[in-house]
Write a protein of this length. Structure first.
Length: 281
């Protein structure tokens, strides 16, 4: 059974056919967009460039973070990655964990600066140690793959993934599930894996949905249920998860008409609940 771990499928674990791939962005542009989203503010008032610039000049780390964001994305100002980097650094050196995360990611991707893996890992670790889930997930990823100058350490990867997961980070929940499912650095536990896949899936993570659906196709860690497999694989496939689409195409051929009907019913009920639920902050 192939499981989804990260967005890009770059390699294969021996003997089990389970695919995994790195979480790193495929382009500098998508990296910049992700960085911009990572430091976006939740506010009702329009962004005041003049006021924020003045506060940043006076050393306000939050203003430095937000000003770095607009220069990174070129929102209302000429795009300037080097200036964004400098602003993130000013805030990061004052201990602002989101700025530390963004500075690490810019070094990782070479945005506004020559790529520097050890420097990237240093700043990501600082943010992770302060409890920022996205940084914990990213550092866990580096430990999982042994990348960016970080030694491969599956036990440490699990620690960081779990810390992010308990704070509600869906991709980290899926990654915890993958480690338990494959028994990487610990005893294999299919039921524990399903628990984490379910947490991620119910929060809309396409990897978690794919993995949970696949578990239902075979009864791995959970009672086999074709209709639930259909529901979760369909939800994942609709989000563009190729592994889910391929699995669903194969699995649907073996399903009975009544199972497909039940799967469609469950899918409709799930969509109705999701639509009625309040948006996540």
């Amino acid at each position: 059974m192939k499981l989804s771990h990260q967005p890009r499928q770059l390699g294969r674990l021996p003997n089990d056919g389970i695919h995994r791939g790195r979480q790193f962005w495929p382009s500098a542009r998508s990296a910049a967009l992700a960085l911009g989203l990572a430091c976006a503010r939740l506010h009702a008032a329009p962004f005041d460039l003049e006021k924020t610039s003045a506060a940043a000049t006076q050393g306000d780390p939050e203003a430095q973070l937000q000003l770095g964001r607009v220069y990174l994305l070129g929102e209302g100002v000429p795009k300037d990655e080097a200036r964004a980097l400098a602003l993130f650094r000013q805030a990061a050196e004052q201990g602002h964990m989101k700025a530390q995360n963004n500075l690490g990611l810019m070094y990782l991707q070479g945005l506004g600066v020559k790529a520097d893996a050890p420097e990237a890992a240093k700043w990501l670790r600082k943010a992770a140690e302060q409890g920022l889930p996205v940084a914990q997930f990213r550092l866990g990823d580096l430990c999982y793959f042994g990348a960016a100058g970080v030694a491969k350490n599956l036990r440490e990867a699990l620690v960081w993934f779990r810390q992010a997961a308990v704070q509600g980070h869906p991709p980290a929940m899926n990654s915890v599930g993958v480690i338990y499912d494959l028994g990487l650095g610990l005893k294999r536990d299919k039921q524990e894996a399903v628990t984490w896949f379910r947490k991620a899936a119910e929060l809309g993570d396409r990897k978690g949905q794919s993995n949970l659906g696949r578990c239902y196709t075979t009864g791995a860690g959970v009672e086999r249920n074709a209709a639930l497999a259909y529901q979760w694989l369909m939800l994942s496939s609709e989000q563009g998860e190729v592994t889910a689409t391929n699995c669903l195409d194969d699995f649907r051929q073996a399903m009975q008409p009544a199972e497909i009907t039940e799967g469609e019913r469950l899918l409709a009920e799930y969509r109705a609940r999701a639509q009625a639920a309040p948006a996540r902050p």
